[in-house]
Design a protein around this ligand. Structure first.
Ligand SMILES: [Zn+2]
Length: 571
């Protein structure tokens, strides 16, 4: 009897009539969320998602392989590791052999190699049916061997993780697997290779405190429970009920620990996109940088040739244009300049700061890291993005993404548009000064090309943390200054109403800054620059960035850093 026949037959028998009737073993299961009885096969055809409420069922390891890897591409590794019973725990080996029989798995993790839309990758997937996918010696060993082999064969690693934590029955041997797997991931990373972890329901305990949380990119399925201590343990310890949604994927994303939440239907496409973005490292060679840079700017003279300069414009008029609500924001530039922008979230520490958007994208087929200050359009989005005023966690997200760019030799492109770093109690508590300083420190030695474009307001140190770059360019009517003209007038003249006058003496326009050697290029723009005319204006920006990447993209690390140092040394 095939699935359709069995479906009809069961319906005829009336099993679906009531929600709380008996569920035949193996053929149907009950959704824990909506309590509907669901055909196992129907759910499986639907990527193990409840057809009635959308709840994600736990997925068997082999289903996961079918869902994510190209058909027939999986080659399994290390299927014959010997199970031990290091503490002589009574009945342990018998329990394991029972589970092996019941699940058809050797252990709680399957590892091997496969392809995602043709791109080869090492691949591992945990199965919660096997002692809640807890990590004992064999699990740790399989993970470690897979990572070692990937390091040797220069393959990326993707692990789909779920786990109850360390395997108690193996005592300290189990604890040591956390150290072993983490150390293996470190060696893989030091070889410049990509590791993506995908956290599924539930990922807890020692596994979150080791390989699960060490991905260059950490993704999760929606609604997955992810945490070090389980919710029941926390509730018992603190004697309180935890709020709804605590330790769920969405909570972790908001708190800066996940790059993104990906639905099952989008998983293969997302992983393929990320693998593609890491498959094309920049090619570099030694060359005479000064000569090449001079040639670059000669070419840019034509690209950025000005129509006639605006007559009678005062510095304050530039400030007004730069701040205008109609002016395109970073996200508008990004949408026109890049393909496949994949946003990555979080500082891995405290929060995902919405005033910074960062991620990976293709610029004319080249993988790049894009990091931008974003004010948003309209009051609601302005508030959500804190008017582009970045908090310490925003700078720390940027630092994380720049370090990642360096590891994979991807150029970093910054877009600056901020009134300044966020001034507030919380920002001070979390070290706003330290966060900005750290960005400057890291950028000064970042071994990959760094480009920065001021598109609107470049306010103080908050902007500079996105502009310690090989070159800094400005849109014609952007401004860049030590602080706002209002602040300047208020501090020096005790009268913030003299902002217009202040703007004049502050030397904050693109032309003035270019004369002073603070920025290399000024990109002409329509007055006023709007969402409507941006698509027409973006061609010049695109051509400029292409020429920048062609030039700086081939310099050696040594030359890049020397040039960047000298650029700021003369200031
Ligand atoms: Zn359901």
């Amino acid at each position: 009897m095939n699935f359709k026949q069995s479906f009809k037959r069961t319906v005829n028998l009336g099993i679906l009539r009531k929600k709380h009737t008996e569920v035949p073993d193996g053929l149907m299961k009950r959704c824990k969320v909506c309590k509907t009885a669901v055909f196992v096969e129907e759910a499986r055809q639907n990527q193990d998602i409840c057809p009635s409420c959308g709840n994600y069922f736990r997925m068997h390891a082999r289903h996961r392989i079918e869902q994510v890897l190209d058909e027939g591409s999986f080659e399994e590794w290390d299927t014959d590791l010997e199970e031990k019973n290091p503490m002589g725990y009574r009945g342990y080996l018998e329990k394991l052999s029972g589970l092996r029989e019941k699940t058809g798995l050797d252990e709680a993790v399957l590892t091997g190699k496969g392809r995602i839309n043709g791109i080869p990758t090492a691949f591992g997937v945990c199965d919660s049916r096997f002692l809640m996918a807890s990590m004992g010696e064999v699990v740790g060993e399989k993970i470690t061997r897979a990572v070692e082999r990937a390091t040797k064969d220069r393959l990326p690693v993707i692990f789909f993780v779920c786990s109850g934590g360390a395997r108690m029955q193996e005592g300290m041997t189990s604890l040591m697997q956390m150290a072993k797997t983490s150390a293996a991931i470190r060696r893989h990373s030091d070889a410049g290779l990509l590791y993506i972890s995908v956290l599924t329901n539930p990922t807890t305990g020692g596994v979150t405190a080791s390989f699960a949380m060490l991905g260059d990119i950490i993704l999760a399925e929606p609604g997955a429970l992810i945490g070090f201590a389980g919710p029941r343990v926390i509730e018992q310890t603190i004697g309180q009920k935890l709020p709804a949604g605590f330790q769920k994927s969405e909570f972790l994303l908001e708190h800066g620990f996940l790059d993104g939440i990906v639905e099952r239907k989008e998983m293969k496409r997302t992983l393929h996109q990320l693998l593609r973005m890491h498959a094309l490292p920049m090619e570099r060679k030694e060359c005479s940088s000064e000569k090449q840079i001079a040639e670059l700017h000669k070419k840019l003279e034509t690209v950025f040739a000005r129509r006639k300069p605006e007559e009678g414009m005062e510095a304050w008029d530039h400030v007004s244009l730069a701040r205008s609500a109609e002016r395109p924001r970073s996200a508008d530039f990004l949408a026109l300049l890049f393909d496949g922008f994949t946003e990555l979230h979080g500082d891995r520490c405290f929060r995902d700061d919405p005033s910074v958007i960062g991620g990976l994208a293709f610029f004319e087929g080249r993988p790049v890291t894009v990091i931008a200050q974003e004010k948003g359009h309209g009051t609601k989005e302005n508030v959500k993005r804190n008017f582009g005023m970045v908090s310490p966690e925003g700078y720390r997200k940027a630092q994380r993404l720049m370090k990642q760019a360096e590891k994979f030799h991807r150029p970093v492109l910054f877009f600056v548009d901020t009134p300044g770093a966020f001034c507030g109690m919380e920002a001070e508590e979390r070290g706003q000064g330290e966060a900005i300083a750290r960005s400057l420190y890291d950028l000064s030695a970042l071994k990959t090309p760094v480009f920065s474009l001021v598109i609107g307001e470049g306010g103080s140190g908050g902007a500079l943390a996105f502009a310690l770059a090989d070159e800094v360019w400005m849109m014609e009517h952007a401004v860049y200054s030590i602080l706002s003209p209002e602040g300047f007038a208020s501090i020096l003249w005790k009268d913030s109403s003299r902002a217009r006058e202040a703007a004049k003496v502050m030397g904050m326009t693109a032309d003035q800054l270019k004369k002073q050697g603070m920025v290399e290029e000024v990109i002409p723009e329509e007055v006023p620059l709007t969402l409507e005319n941006l698509p027409k204006e973006i061609g010049r920006v695109r051509e400029g960035i292409r020429l920048f990447l062609d030039t700086y993209g081939i310099f050696s690390d040594e030359e890049l850093l020397k040039h960047r140092w000298e650029r700021f040394r003369i200031m």
